[in-house]
Design a protein around this ligand. Structure first.
Ligand code: THG
Length: 267
């Protein structure tokens, strides 16, 4: 599974103050820690800290790729102009995070993906919000994939995020999202698109000490349904261990008595 590190986000104090002080070393240290912990992609989100979101995104992308010229970057913003500011300077492999299934936004961001040879993540929501039914989520995934293919992207460049909602506020949705992942991987297209989620959303609002348990249990369930990637806290070693063990049990990694170590050595 692709681990997309979530720590380079302006909502964290450490990143927020590094942005304010234009402290490149600190930003590069966060990226380095995420990569060492197993991240195969770094999510970059300016958060709400900066007044100049476009300038901040540009600076963050330049700062990370200066030290890590090969690590794939996920440019994370709901604002197309902030995404574009990141894409313009990004030379690393890149994922647009994200578009929705709304017509105008979808066309605009798919246009960016074509122009900048980027992968793109589509959220299964549109002007009516996030559907509560599995079939409606899958229909929005189909719309995103079909439009992407019409514009010349391959299914392997498209990630679908079925939008994880907190268990505390909509318990029935946990299974709905898992069913959506399974359908998207098996009933949409061959080859299928990829799937990815923002995992920590599942435990939003739950007591702090319970969140890691909820996160890693849900990750294991999603992996069994075919999940390809997740935006997670890679510093959570129990979470990464659970992910590696899932890959073993799903027959994606050859068994050895030291399978955790073997995975970490090879990634
Ligand atoms: N899907 C996609 N992209 C996303 C999300 C998603 N990007 C943003 C978000 N969701 C994923 N990133 C994070 C980053 C950090 C945290 C959660 C999700 C997190 N927040 C702490 C909390 O909620 O308690 C607050 C941290 C702090 O303020 O110190 O851990 O779903 N495609």
């Amino acid at each position: 599974m692709l681990i997309i590190g979530e720590r380079l986000n302006g909502m964290f104090k450490r990143v927020k103050s590094a942005i304010e002080q234009k402290n490149k070393k600190e930003i590069q240290a966060v990226a380095e820690e995420e990569i060492k912990a197993g991240a195969g992609m770094i999510d970059i989100n300016v958060g709400t800290a900066a007044a100049d979101q476009e300038g901040t995104m540009k600076w963050l992308v330049e700062t990370v790729q200066e030290k890590f010229p090969k690590i794939p970057l996920a440019i994370d913003s709901s604002k197309p102009e902030v995404v574009l500011a990141g894409l313009k300077v990004c030379r690393n492999p890149v994922l647009i995070n994200s578009t929705t299934a709304e017509d105008a936004k979808l066309e605009k961001l798919l246009g960016f993906a074509v122009e900048y040879k980027a992968d793109i993540l589509g959220l299964t929501l549109d002007e009516n919000g996030i559907p509560s039914q599995k079939d409606e989520r899958v229909a929005l995934a189909a719309k995103i994939l079909m439009t992407a293919m019409e514009m010349g992207l391959s299914p392997s460049q498209v990630y679908i995020d079925p939008v994880v909602l907190p268990v505390k506020f909509g318990q029935d949705q946990c299974l709905t999202m898992i069913s959506a992942i399974r359908d998207i991987k098996t009933a949409l297209n061959d080859p299928p698109p990829k799937t990815a989620i923002g995992l920590s959303n599942i435990s939003n609002g739950a007591p702090k000490e319970m969140r890691p348990l909820i996160n890693r249990t849900y990750l294991v369930m999603c992996l069994a349904a075919g999940l390809d990637g997740a935006i997670v806290d890679p510093y959570d070693t129990d979470l990464v261990d659970a992910m590696i063990t899932s890959e073993l049990l799903l027959n994606k990694q050859i068994y050895s008595d030291s399978f955790l170590k073997a995975y970490r050595t090879s990634h």
